[in-house]
Design a binder for this molecule. Structure first.
Ligand SMILES: *[C@@H]1O[C@H](CO)[C@@H](O)[C@H](O)[C@H]1NC(C)=O
Ligand SMILES: *[C@@H]1O[C@H](CO)[C@@H](O)[C@H](O)[C@H]1NC(C)=O
Length: 283
């Protein structure tokens, strides 16, 4: 009758308890998908790496919810009722590789949300119909990010500056947004032209409209010339962003055509002047 580990049941519970109504198929996975949860679960094992919370009714995540789960690699919050992200929620999740916040009710991505998310490779933010604002510096820190999903949101415009701190970006989904083809959009349009290889189906399938409820125009029918009245609106910084996005050739062409136009103009004036002189000579 020798029992080597008399308290083993308790030990196991301490190390590997599974939250109520969730499944824990292995020591690193907590699966609470489709459990009708209206808040984030308690008593998640500290060594959790995969946390699946999709298809619930979770309306918010406490800012300190993830603080203890520093091994977290995969977090799925798809199809919940999140309307905002508390500042600092991801500040201890530097190992996170995959984050799905798609199909929620987010309205904006605040500054510095992903400051510590240096391991994040895939970020899904699509299908948030009211998501219309990405704050300056929102994506700073996402140095490993390869895939960013912003499709089927409420964007009428997106400041290309927010895409600057994404050196590893390979795929960006932008389709299904109510883009407005105005001068603010011109910068994004030029970015899209220069980075078509990052858009899953290129410029095809993307549209913008002239007014909020206006007729949609396929972007493939537009060219940089369509936005030529906007050239004065673009600042030097915008040009630099565009140039470093690899479109320097077309900016150079615009500059060249300006120079050419003014040269021709001067040349004509010069000829006119000469002619007048000649005419003067006859008198
Ligand atoms: C979203 O979650 C709800 C509630 O769990 C579920 O009924 C619905 O089928 C889910 N939708 C999708 C597209 O998975
Ligand atoms: C989603 O957000 C919008 C705008 O903030 C709000 O009007 C709507 O009630 C929200 N819907 C849900 C299901 O929370």
């Amino acid at each position: 009758g020798h029992r080597p580990y008399p308290h083993c049941g308790a030990c196991l519970d301490l190390g590997h308890n599974c939250p109520f109504r969730c499944l824990c198929p292995d020591h690193h996975t907590v699966n609470c998908t489709n459990r009708g949860l209206t808040r984030v679960p308690d008593s998640i094992p500290l060594n959790v790496r995969r946390l699946l919370l999709s298809n619930n009714w979770i309306p918010w995540i406490p800012a300190d919810f993830l603080v203890l789960y520093t091994d977290l690699v995969y977090l799925d919050l798809r199809n919940n009722s999140l309307s905002q992200l508390e500042p600092g929620t991801l500040s201890t999740s530097s190992r996170l590789v995959f984050l799905d916040l798609g199909c929620n009710n987010l309205t904006e991505i605040p500054s510095e949300t992903f400051e510590e998310s240096r391991s994040l490779i895939k970020l899904r933010l699509g299908n948030n119909p009211y998501l219309s604002m990405v704050r300056k510096n929102a994506f700073v820190g996402l140095t490993s990010l390869r895939e960013l999903e912003l499709q089927q949101n409420g964007f009428t415009v997106l400041d290309v500056g927010v895409l600057e701190p994404l050196p590893s970006l390979q795929v960006l989904r932008l389709e299904g947004n109510p883009w407005l083809c105005n001068c603010q959009f011109a910068k994004l349009f030029m970015w899209m032209k220069a980075n078509q290889h990052k858009l899953p189906s290129g410029i095809e399938g993307l549209e913008c409209s002239l007014s909020e409820d206006g007729h949609r125009i396929p972007l493939k029918l537009l060219s940089e010339d369509s936005f030529k009245d906007c050239t004065n609106v673009l600042t030097l910084t915008d040009y630099l962003i565009v140039i470093f996005s690899g479109i320097s050739a077309s900016v150079a062409a615009i500059v060249a055509s300006f120079l050419l136009a003014s040269t021709v103009h001067c040349f004509q004036r010069l000829r006119k002047g000469t002619k007048t002189d000649e005419e003067d000579g006859y008198n």
